[in-house]
Design a protein around this ligand. Structure first.
Ligand code: SF4
Length: 144
């Protein structure tokens, strides 16, 4: 199962904010530069994270991005679900629907596997993801 680039970026943004809450708050432009992604891509992800209530963005001098209380305790599984959506891993009913789509055991098995994947990420928080060695490494990379 391959995650969307926006899902991975959303997790990295949250991790970056979680690892340095006391440091100067980065802007979306800082995050885009540090993650080496186009500004528009980062801005879209930041807007979605704001919409989900996981981060706040303050404009102007001294402004920047910060985790909300919900963002601090966010589960990795919840973030992945929110960005990936509830769709099946295989597009069974797309433009030319699969003839088996109304009674396919494989489809059921894949849906169960997808749910197990998300469920394994549910107990993990963004904070868990920035314990050493990841947090210090992330900080070193993004504060250069
Ligand atoms: S075989 Fe089953 S899982 Fe594969 S596309 Fe068809 S309905 Fe979906």
């Amino acid at each position: 199962m391959r995650l969307l680039r926006s899902t991975d970026l959303a997790l990295r943004v949250l991790m970056r904010l979680a690892v340095a809450e006391d440091a100067a708050t980065p802007t979306t432009r800082d995050v885009a530069a540090a993650m080496e992604v186009p500004y528009t891509h980062a801005a879209k992800v930041v807007a979605e994270l704001q919409h989900l209530g996981l981060l706040s963005a303050r404009r102007g001098r001294g402004g920047g991005l910060a985790l909300t209380e919900a963002g601090r305790g966010a589960s990795v599984g919840a973030v992945v679900r929110a960005f990936e959506g509830e769709g099946d891993v295989v597009d069974c009913e797309g433009a030319s629907p699969c003839p088996l789509h109304t009674g396919c055991r494989l489809r059921v098995a894949l849906r169960r596997a997808q749910e197990a994947f998300y469920a394994s990420l549910d107990p993990l928080t963004i904070r868990d993801m920035v314990a050493a060695p990841t947090g210090p490494l992330l900080l070193d990379i993004t504060m250069r």
